[in-house]
Design a protein around this ligand. Structure first.
Ligand SMILES: [Zn+2]
Length: 136
């Protein structure tokens, strides 16, 4: 393990640092601000690099090897099929909405006609052919 290079500090270093003139060191999390203030006082740049160790688990957790997931060809074909069907469904839903809109328009322009009730129809004359619109 790397120990903090600040005099008198025994902590495990969480950061390595490199001064602009090339000097390098390591420091614990508590002493990073000390190095930073030295950098400000000296007017020289210092670059910190976090050390991947147990005192710095955040970095360790966030690092994961990139995984290349190879799809089986059948799975790829199935996914493609699903995508195609989703497009078809979207098309059908859109057509369905258009038809619904047309039905609404037709309902507005043609008020529902009451079918003639049998009692209201006076059958005085029965034509030889049955008419769907009997005269009153
Ligand atoms: Zn320290």
């Amino acid at each position: 393990m790397i120990v903090c290079s600040v005099e008198g500090c025994e902590n495990e270093a969480a950061w390595t640092y490199a001064w602009a003139w090339g000097e390098e060191g390591a420091c614990c999390a508590a002493h990073r601000s000390l190095i930073e203030s030295q950098s400000v006082n000296l007017g020289r740049g210092v670059i910190f690099t976090s050390i991947d160790n147990d005192t710095n688990p955040g970095k360790k957790k966030s690092y994961s090897a990139p995984q290349i997931v190879a799809l089986a060809p059948e799975l790829g074909a199935a996914k493609m099929k699903i995508a195609e069907q989703q497009v078809q469904i979207q098309d059908l839903e859109q057509k369905n909405e258009e038809l619904k809109a047309q039905i609404r328009v037709l309902h507005r322009t043609t008020p529902a006609a009451e079918p003639p009730k049998a009692d209201d129809v006076e059958v005085t004359y029965t034509p030889p052919h049955k008419s769907s619109h009997p005269k009153r």
